[in-house]
Design a binder for this molecule. Structure first.
Ligand SMILES: Nc1ncnc2c1ncn2[C@@H]1O[C@H](COP(=O)(O)OP(=O)(O)O)[C@@H](O)[C@H]1O
Ligand SMILES: [Mg+2]
Length: 422
């Protein structure tokens, strides 16, 4: 637009300002495009309009917006670069005014044929960002049947600049939003991990405190019950009760012993070790149980794994606890898979069984002390595993579905020593 001499110029400017205000006021890009193109249609007295974009991934042209009677149909379509007027405009980066499409060999009547819409005349203007054509906008069919004018072209050219920027910003915003979502998710996951480890540490403390307090009373109850039993006549009816007391106290004594063992896991004595040997040590005592329960063992241990810096006894204990659970989860046989490999300066150990699995709602709590589904278990096995993994700055992940087996993954960092010193 040169000066503000004519009425048309003034109207053009006001239409443009109206649309640019809209573009700046909202991040809802499709609403913005729709409003802007509505203004463009009003100004140019067009029946329909569309905004097209070059899809960087496929190289095709897609419709960001299609207004007019058949807009809904057109919106789902794609053009090839160079196809039709819009395809040529995007390819050449030059606008086109077409007075009569029947006299324009570059016009493609593909969509008209499919929709029954009749295109007569149009203006198509390229969209540029940083000197690259990113798409085009077009208005179709002047309502009074006449041709589109140079003024129409001026307005659309100015509008195209605004829309190109708006589309570019919208894409940038989408990308930012995507990144932000990722960061927020990571933050949440880390936070949850932290809460869980704090919670487990607090629970373990409590359990250790209580267990220390009840240790002596349990010993006396057990001791006195044993003495009473020894002093009673053979047929006395209290033998039955005393047997129950003795059974229960010995269970409690075992529990106290297990808790004490857990407490002892707080410090680790790190030294270089060979993971293959540790895995072998952990599994070797299970061979009789495996063959007795017809559990098939599959091992896949990467050769020449680098040495790890670990507390050997603790790692063996952790592996044993996990394998023990797997064995207990396969009372009528199955497969136990043991894998170890090096991944990104970690040693990854996977222990997978085809056993009864863990229900989803239980999965969150099984690392906590005393969570057990067994009458024989204390529910401390995985608590200990967790403690040991934390001692090694590692990670534990347990995946399972009821009835479908369980997969425990341990990740132990290889450069633990340097991390601890640093
Ligand atoms: N491989 C597994 N398959 C099925 N359930 C498992 C498995 N590992 C752990 N669980 C569930 O997690 C609970 C807690 O395990 P753990 O801490 O070792 O205690 P415990 O074995 O003494 O019950 C188990 O009672 C069991 O319900
Ligand atoms: Mg267990």
């Amino acid at each position: 637009m040169k000066g503000l001499s004519s009425d048309a110029d003034r109207r053009a400017l006001s239409a443009l300002l109206k649309s640019s205000a809209l573009i700046n006021s909202s991040l809802q890009i499709s609403d913005v495009l729709d409003s802007a193109m509505k203004v463009a249609e009003e100004f140019t007295e067009a029946e329909a309009s569309s905004v097209l974009e070059l899809d960087e991934e496929t190289g095709d042209i897609i419709f960001r917006l299609a207004r007019g009677k058949k807009g809904g149909f057109v919106r789902t379509k794609r053009l090839k670069l160079g196809e039709g007027i819009a395809g040529s405009v995007i390819q050449n980066g030059r606008p086109m005014i077409v007075e009569d499409v029947e006299k324009e060999r570059r016009f493609s009547n593909r969509f008209d044929k499919e929709t029954g819409f009749k295109t007569r005349s149009l203006i198509c203007v390229p969209l540029f960002i940083r000197e690259k054509t990113t798409g085009a906008l077009q208005v179709i069919n002047k309502k009074n049947g006449g041709p589109f004018t140079e003024e129409d072209l001026d307005l659309l050219t100015a509008l195209a600049q605004q829309i190109a920027v708006a589309l570019d910003n919208a894409k940038l915003y989408e990308r930012l939003e995507e990144n932000f979502k990722l960061t927020a998710e990571e933050l949440k996951a880390t936070q949850q991990k932290l809460i869980r480890s704090e919670r487990l540490a607090a629970l373990a403390n409590l359990v250790q405190g209580v267990s220390h307090e009840v240790r002596n009373p349990i010993m006396s109850i057990g001791g006195f019950a044993a003495r009473m039993k020894a002093g009673l006549g053979k047929k006395h009816k209290f033998h039955r009760y005393l047997d129950i007391i003795l059974q229960e106290t010995s269970k409690l004594e075992k529990l106290v012993k297990d808790v004490k063992e857990l407490a002892g896991m707080h410090t680790a004595y790190l030294q270089p070790a060979n993971m293959n040997n540790l895995l072998f040590t952990a599994i070797e005592n299970f061979s009789p149980a495996l063959s007795q329960k017809s559990i098939h063992l599959e091992t896949d241990i990467e050769e020449g794994l680098p040495p790890v810096t670990v507390d050997k006894a603790q790692i063996v204990r952790a592996l044993k606890n996990i394998v023990q659970n797997s064995v207990e989860a396969m009372p009528s046989g199955g497969t136990l898979k043991l894998r170890a490999r090096e991944v990104d300066s970690h040693i990854q150990i996977v222990i997978e069984d085809s056993g009864i699995g863990i229900d989803e709602y239980e999965l969150d709590s099984i690392l906590e002390p005393f969570v057990t589904s067994k009458t024989t278990g204390a529910g401390l096995g995985l608590t200990m595993v967790y403690q040991i993994v934390m001692n090694h700055q590692g990670e534990i992940d347990i995946k399972s579905r009821g009835g479908r087996g369980t997969k425990v993954t341990l990740d132990l960092p290889l450069n633990l020593q340097s991390q601890m010193e640093g």
